[in-house]
Design a protein around this ligand. Sequence first.
Ligand code: DX5
Ligand code: ZN
Length: 229
Amino acid sequence: MTHRPLIAPSILSADFARLGAEIDAVTGQGNERADWVHVDVMDAHFVPNLTLGLPVVESLQRVSEIPLDCHLMIENPDRWAPGYAEAGAANVTVHAEAAARPKMLARDLRAAGSKAGLSIKPDTPLDDWVDVLVEYDTLLVMSVEPGFGGQSFIPAVLDKVRTARRMVDTGHLQLLVEIDGGINADTIEQAAAAGVDCFVAGSAVYGAEDPAAAVGALRNTATAAGCSR
Ligand code: DX5
Ligand code: ZN
């Protein structure tokens, strides 16, 4: 496997007063250019934290050259998620634990023009969702409890990554495997070796002196680890 690892900086760790400029900071050239900008939408119900919603995503969509990857940590995504796809997000991820009709929701998201993503929290088994994942384009494996940036990576979730990787490689699922939470220079190697395609990184990118250089460094480490798999 020699696929180029995708890097998705999470603006949860950026300066919310200058989000456009923070996206520009990872809109460089080559290796240092982010593939997706990860946008964490939280509603203070599904998770204890509150961040931003559709009006902000619509504004970011107008200024970002990088496709938006919206991660909805909200209740009732069946009702609210398609709006993010209609706003132009490239990928809209909902939580398996929150969706009432996840198969139908995936179809709605695709019909509205985005990829459909399904996320599972660290304690949510992958096996329960394999049937549903047939309808999805991306699987977001949470490697921290959703809600806050800057938490420590939970290595036990890599078993789910390995299982998903196997199902994709054997043709049972057609998915991009994404990981979110605690990804940094120390943890990205094991995630890449387990088979992750797309790496979300918040504090590791926006906590760095040079966010673009951090994107490049993460990608280089993931590439080296992925090639050895
Ligand atoms: C947490 C969010 C993450 C968060 C990751 O609930 O889903 O996207 O921004 O931040 P780090 O990379 O700092 O763990
Ligand atoms: Zn996220």
